[in-house]
Design a protein around this ligand. Structure first.
Ligand code: ATP
Ligand code: MG
Length: 188
């Protein structure tokens, strides 16, 4: 079907301005973390203070984004110590996720950053490591200038409830399903 470019834009005069926004990237398709990292780049470009917290992945796995965004001034907490299924010690992963949450909760309350990325936080909630209601409450009560982006599959309902924008990445096709391993430069 041939389309036509729209002749009228949306009526932006009636729109309100928000001091900050809460975004969630969820779903089974690729792109949740990389879209959050793209937002971090935008935020840094505007002079925002950025904090990235990784709840699951190891530092080595995410060295690409960490090195570049860290070099641009983003602060970084690595809570996770690897995928859960290759973690030697799940209790240790849980402890590190709790520790990361305690630190980021205080950073959010203190209003030290204009953007906080909570990468893979949904797993830490869904596996019972951290309390999702407390996460939702902390986000809901954040200082007005602090925007939040949270990523991970199966975002729980109380998190969705405090979000302004929720995107579900759909897995239409994934190279992994054709037996292709995660690729440096594309996946990490
Ligand atoms: P990315 O970090 O590439 O934006 P993501 O955050 O959406 O991906 P995660 O569920 O966090 O995806 O998975 C992390 C790793 O698994 C990445 O290397 C990613 O490319 C890969 N991946 C993402 N979606 C799928 C999928 N549907 N099947 C297999 N591997 C996937
Ligand atoms: Mg991810």
């Amino acid at each position: 079907m041939a389309g036509r470019p729209p002749e009228e834009g949306p009526d932006t005069a009636a729109l309100r301005h928000a001091d900050s926004l809460v975004l969630i990237h969820t779903g089974d398709g690729k792109g949740k973390t990389s879209a959050a990292m793209g937002m971090a780049v935008r935020a840094i470009a505007r002079g925002w203070r950025v904090l990235v917290v990784q709840f699951i992945k190891s530092g080595a796995w995410r060295a690409g984004e960490h090195a570049v965004l860290g070099g641009l001034g983003a602060e970084w907490y690595v809570g996770g110590d690897g995928f859960s299924w290759d973690s030697e010690d799940l209790d240790r992963s849980a402890e590190r996720a709790v520790d990361a949450w305690n630190r980021v909760r205080e950073a959010i309350r203190a209003g030290e950053h204009e953007l906080v990325v909570l990468d893979e936080i949904t797993y830490a909630i869904n596996w019972g490591w951290i309390d999702g209601e407390e996460v939702a409450r902390t986000i809901g009560e954040r200082p007005a200038h602090v925007s939040i982006v949270a990523t991970g599959r199966d975002a729980p309902a109380h998190l969705l409830a405090v979000a302004d924008t929720v995107t579900e990445m759909t897995n239409v096709k994934h190279a992994f399903d054709a037996g292709i391993a995660a690729k440096r430069g594309i996946d990490f």
